[in-house]
Design a protein around this ligand. Structure first.
Ligand SMILES: [Zn+2]
Length: 235
């Protein structure tokens, strides 16, 4: 194979390799995965907040229930005292307290029921929020598997292309190979470019008539570089 043909194939292999690497770096599935991850993080945080609120209200409910129980206990004691009392002055005082404690009991029960209703509402909200994230959790699992598979196959492809380009590069005469590799490191992607419609297709520069003429009249072993990006020009 002539040098020009090897250069031609090497440029194409290097461009393919770059395309595959770019593809691997910028998978659209990754963007979707990132967006999903962000939204799930926020929604899980909301669930945690609701759980926290439910726990606080439940705690308040339990305290309220204890207080109601203490009041009922006090009420029973007062009623016993009322039955056993003899003096009328005691009777009036106890009766007043019985009424007051009974009233407090009712109030405590009402507050307790109110808190219990709040706990139930919050728990229903938690269930609903958990149900809502399920489809996205499934999608995230799916995307993770897809991304792993895509990365793996694109990685394989990149490895194959890298081997191919190494083999092509090895077939170039040492000085030409060195110039190509230097240009590749400097300009990126490939060390050579094609001249298409009078332009270097590596950097899109339109060659001057003089450069174009030099390129067209070059000898078989003569290397012409793009004056802008320094890549070796190939027809
Ligand atoms: Zn160029």
């Amino acid at each position: 194979m002539a040098e020009a043909e090897i250069l031609h194939d090497l440029i194409e292999a290097d461009r393919w390799l770059e395309r595959v690497r770019q593809q691997r770096e910028h998978l659209p599935e990754q963007d979707e995965f990132d967006r999903l991850e962000e939204s799930l993080r926020n929604r899980v945080a909301t669930i945690r907040e609701t759980e926290g609120a439910a726990a606080r209200v439940r705690q308040a409910y339990e305290e309220q229930a204890e207080q109601a129980e203490r009041l009922r206990q006090r009420h029973r004691e007062l009623e016993r005292a009322l039955h056993q009392s003899t003096g009328s002055r005691d009777l009036v005082a106890i009766e007043t307290e019985v009424r007051s404690v009974a009233h407090q009991c009712d109030e405590a029960d009402e507050r307790g029921l109110d808190l219990l209703a709040q706990v139930e509402d919050l728990e229903a909200a938690i269930q609903e929020q958990r149900r809502e994230v399920q489809p996205d959790l499934g999608r995230r699992r799916e995307l993770r598997e897809t991304l792993t598979a895509l990365r793996w196959s694109l990685g394989e492809e990149a490895e194959r292309l890298a081997t191919e380009r190494e083999q092509l590069s090895d077939r170039l005469p040492p000085t030409l190979r060195a110039r190509y590799e230097r240009a590749r490191v400097r300009a990126g992607v490939s060390g050579g470019a094609f001249v298409v419609d009078g332009r270097c297709d590596g950097c899109r520069l339109a060659l001057s008539p003089l450069d174009l003429d030099r390129f067209r009249r070059r000898q078989a072993d003569e290397v012409v570089e793009c004056p802008s990006c320094g890549r070796i020009l190939v027809s």
